[in-house]
Design a protein around this ligand. Structure first.
Ligand SMILES: *[C@@H]1O[C@H](CO)[C@@H](O)[C@H](O)[C@H]1NC(C)=O
Ligand SMILES: *[C@@H]1O[C@H](CO)[C@@H](O)[C@H](O)[C@H]1NC(C)=O
Ligand SMILES: *[C@@H]1O[C@H](CO)[C@@H](O)[C@H](O)[C@H]1NC(C)=O
Ligand SMILES: *[C@@H]1O[C@H](CO)[C@@H](O)[C@H](O)[C@H]1NC(C)=O
Ligand SMILES: *[C@@H]1O[C@H](CO)[C@@H](O)[C@H](O)[C@H]1NC(C)=O
Length: 444
């Protein structure tokens, strides 16, 4: 049975069927288009076949298996077996790896989160953890998320075990330790809701500015990109905010992109989701030093969303049966309509590869009339789908609000914004971290 959304997206399907995301991303001047994955789903051979296809995914992020609770479950006892499975898979497929992560308040083993620490004792433990893990993965990572989510939803420093023992200086100490452990890897600060203007972006800019001004080595800012269908920040706000980081000489990357909806998914929601993915991808393409985009898994079957946000899901580019969704073709459309040249500083190292791909895909791109497709989607969608879109927008906002009530995560939302208004005035998406470390499929 052909899903009914095929009738909506058929015009996109035919020209796009030849195009895979990483090839298009590299041709558009990015280093990679990638995905997170996790150990349990590697028993699914159909999934692994798509995951392993470098034309689709040029980069892999281990979803959970490099986190502290997995890698150092007790003091001084390290286990890299699960992380090694992911880096080995990526190496076999010549895919880059974003290594993730070293210092984060969540998914910590209880000997760390529940320990009694002084500044000195926790500093020693943190340095050993960073140095040992980075030494193990030396040469295998394009980037490391050194510090993850240091800010809470009020844009203050999280009063986690690291902050409580060391003060905000733990961030500087973590980056300095990481720079010594592996001088050849890009060191990132990674967080969510810092990709559009607001107090949290300002605070994140403050963190990285302080490091840069102190001469501490940092290479990039990772913006996670967990969004709600219909509640995207505007493309211009995304571009403007990402450029505040790149103005410091840093690169940026979208590190955990997914765009969830209140279930069940409908044709209208899937169409809006496609537009929202295009907005995120186009924003990156319009920032010279936005170097890559990673989705937080590509298949709805393995998304962390339904377990974390009750009643929500369908956030990924492929559905549970591994079929490409309209969102996939939205990404294709954005990548094909990139205005970026391959000669930006961030893309310089892939210029040769890109040039080859550009010429080999030129015919497909030329005949696809990608720009026309993008225009017709953009112009027809708000009129054709506005009613469902507004309903979807307010219902996802209200379920996000009830999520906030039952958890410490603060959520801002504008419940009844029109299409046009919400495009101009982005709502903060619900924070991605449920803060639980039980679930083996959690994010960040
Ligand atoms: C990658 O996927 C594309 C599209 O499905 C396919 O044509 C190609 O053969 C695949 N490559 C590999 C190495 O499996
Ligand atoms: C962790 O191990 C180190 C090195 O053996 C030791 O000095 C430290 O006291 C231990 N800390 C805890 C909390 O067990
Ligand atoms: C990578 O390739 C090696 C050598 O063929 C193989 O032993 C290993 O299992 C592969 N790793 C994964 C995760 O597929
Ligand atoms: C912890 O110690 C470091 C020096 O090792 C220092 O820079 C930092 O300010 C100290 N933190 C607090 C809260 O005293
Ligand atoms: C390329 O530029 C055109 C015209 O300025 C714009 O409409 C389009 O959104 C841009 N493409 C991307 C992917 O940003």
């Amino acid at each position: 049975m052909i899903p009914s959304y095929f009738t909506l997206v058929l015009p996109f399907l035919l020209p796009s069927a030849l195009a895979q995301l990483n090839d298009l991303a590299v041709a558009a001047g990015l280093k990679y288009f990638g995905t997170a994955t996790d150990n349990p789903e590697l028993t699914d051979t159909a999934y692994v076949e798509v995951l392993s296809n470098k034309t689709e995914w040029g980069q892999i992020t281990p979803g959970n298996s490099q986190k502290w609770d997995t890698t150092e479950p007790s003091n001084g006892t390290f286990s890299f077996t699960k992380g090694d499975v992911i880096t080995s898979l990526a190496a076999n497929n010549s895919q880059l790896v974003r290594c993730h992560n070293l210092v984060w308040y969540s998914q910590l083993p209880s000997w760390v989160s529940g320990g009694t620490w002084t500044n000195e004792t926790l500093q020693a433990v943190m340095k050993t953890h960073i140095t040992t893990e980075m030494t193990h993965y030396k040469g295998q990572c394009y980037a490391w998320d050194v510090v993850n989510e240091a800010l809470d939803d009020s844009a203050a420093f999280r009063t986690d075990v690291f902050y409580n023992a060391m003060g905000e200086d733990y961030i500087r100490i973590a980056f300095e330790t990481a720079a010594l452990a592996d001088p050849d890897v890009k060191l990132y600060y990674n967080d969510y809701n810092i990709e559009y203007s607001g107090a949290k972006a300002t605070a994140a800019l403050g963190i990285v500015t302080k490091l840069v001004n102190a001469g501490v080595k940092i290479g990039g800012v990772g913006v996670q990109g967990h969004y709600i269908v219909g509640s995207m920040p505007s493309q211009s706000d995304l571009v403007k905010t990402l450029e505040t980081y790149t103005a410091l000489g840093l690169e940026v990357a979208i590190t955990e992109l997914d765009i969830r909806m209140t279930l069940p998914s409908t044709d209208a929601l899937l169409a809006q989701q496609s537009i929202d993915y295009q907005t995120a991808v186009s924003a990156c393409l319009n920032v010279a030093d936005c170097i890559g985009i990673t989705v937080w898994d590509f298949d709805d079957k393995y998304s962390w969303i339904p377990d974390t946000f009750s009643g929500q899901g369908a956030a990924c580019l492929f559905d549970e049966n591994l079929n490409r969704k309209p969102a996939y073709y939205g990404v294709v459309s954005a990548l094909k309509s990139s205005n970026r040249t391959v000669s930006t500083s961030a893309a310089a190292s892939v210029a040769t590869v890109s040039a080859t791909l550009v010429s080999s895909t030129a015919q497909a791109v030329a005949t696809s009339s990608a720009a026309g497709i993008a225009t017709s989607l953009t112009t027809s969608a708000p009129t054709g789908f506005s009613t469902s879109y507004i309903a979807a927008s307010s219902s996802s906002a209200s379920s996000a609000t009830s999520f906030a009530v039952s958890s410490p995560v603060a959520v801002a939302s504008s419940s009844s914004a029109s299409v046009e208004t919400s495009a101009q005035a982005p709502t903060a998406s619900a924070a991605p971290d449920a803060g639980d470390d039980e679930d083996d499929d959690t994010c960040e």
